[in-house]
Design a protein around this ligand. Structure first.
Ligand code: ADP
Ligand code: MG
Length: 323
């Protein structure tokens, strides 16, 4: 029923930034070369994400907004070796139940596109529409029908920063995708899609800090850690400046951060943290991303091994640096 579906929605969609994360991940899963994000009023009024990915056939559009409908899992075994960012089939259903929602899409095999409109999870209406190949998701008036959620949204600036932090990190993680972000028609971020992570780093840390960051690449036991770390703990920094992507997904994991800090040893001063933007790739069967719908946590099959690798990678990266 309606209430149950709104509660379920709350698991996945907590604020505008979580909507952006889900839609952005869908665009990546669709193989997008370009992702445009258009935000109005910090996402409270409008979140619109367009991509040039594979698109959704008209006959599958209404399935896409049904709960637990995913095109990405073919068997139960897939759950243990997830290759895509999405796999639950919950995001679109959740977002559509708490907003005025529209999904426009066209795969290359179709001459025209189709648009599906859903209002607060109700009255799904579909019609043909001219559209370029790819997908546009429009989320208007988020939580308009869930006043309790609406009340808990933070000030505009806070929600806006959360969106920017998220999109910037994903833009660094996926440097071969052109990413464009505007707030109320103001351009906030634009990447070239040329595959250079350092180019986008400056957007996160500022030119000066980004220039000084050390590049890390380390491989061990089928795991690979790459990315950027600051040579020392940076004053203005805090734990929020430590970012880990595991198999292409942004995760927030205290143990990974601790492994990083261990790698710094005596370079850490009390109350200061380093900057880090690190990408850990492990064989998919070594990591369980199935912990929480928002998928911010991970569980490793052999966490000691993973944390050891992170620590050694960081130590090695710092040693290679001679000021
Ligand atoms: P999940 O990503 O877990 O499969 P979602 O609710 O996020 O679930 O999306 C449901 C389905 O809609 C996806 O499995 C996919 O088939 C389709 N879909 C969603 N967004 C896009 C997109 N931007 N491009 C192509 N297909 C999409
Ligand atoms: Mg998804």
């Amino acid at each position: 029923d309606e209430v149950a579906s709104q509660i379920a929605a709350g698991e996945v969609v907590e604020r505008p930034a979580s909507v952006v994360k889900e839609l952005f991940e869908n665009a990546l899963d669709a193989g997008a070369g370009q992702i445009d994000i258009h935000i109005e009023q910090s996402g409270k009024r409008l979140i619109e994400i367009s991509d040039d990915g594979a698109g959704i056939p008209a006959e599958e559009l209404s399935l896409a907004v049904m709960r637990h409908a995913t095109s990405k899992m073919r068997s139960a075994d897939d759950l243990f070796a997830i290759q895509t960012l999405g796999f639950r089939g919950e995001a679109l259903a959740s977002v559509a139940s708490v907003s005025r929602f529209s999904l426009t899409s066209r795969p290359a095999s179709q001459a025209v596109g189709a648009v599906l409109k859903v209002d607060g999870g109700k009255g799904a209406k579909m019609e043909p529409v001219g559209a370029p190949v790819g997908t546009v998701v429009r989320v208007e008036d988020l939580f308009y029908n869930v006043p309790a959620r609406l009340k808990f949204l933070k000030q505009d600036a806070t929600e806006r920063n959360a969106i920017n932090a998220l999109v910037t990190r994903y833009a660094i993680a996926y440097p071969s995708t052109r990413v464009r972000l505007t707030h109320d028609s103001q351009l906030v971020l634009q990447t070239s899609g040329k595959g250079d992570r350092r180019e986008v780093l400056a957007n996160l840390y500022g030119v000066e800090l980004a220039k000084n960051m050390l590049e890390v690449t380390f491989q061990e036991d089928g795991m690979c850690l790459s990315g950027f770390i600051s040579p020392v703990a940076v004053t203005r920094s805090n734990r929020k400046e430590i970012t880990f992507f595991v198999n292409g997904r942004w995760v927030q994991d205290a143990a990974l951060s601790r492994a990083l800090l261990n790698g710094y040893q005596n370079l850490i001063m009390v109350g200061r943290y380093p900057l880090a933007m690190l990408f850990l790739d492990v064989p998919p069967e070594e990591v369980d991303v199935n912990v929480h719908p928002a998928k911010a946590e991970v569980r490793f099959r052999s966490s000691d091994k993973v944390f050891g690798t992170v620590q050694r990678a960081v130590r090695r990266g710092l040693l290679a640096y001679s000021p």
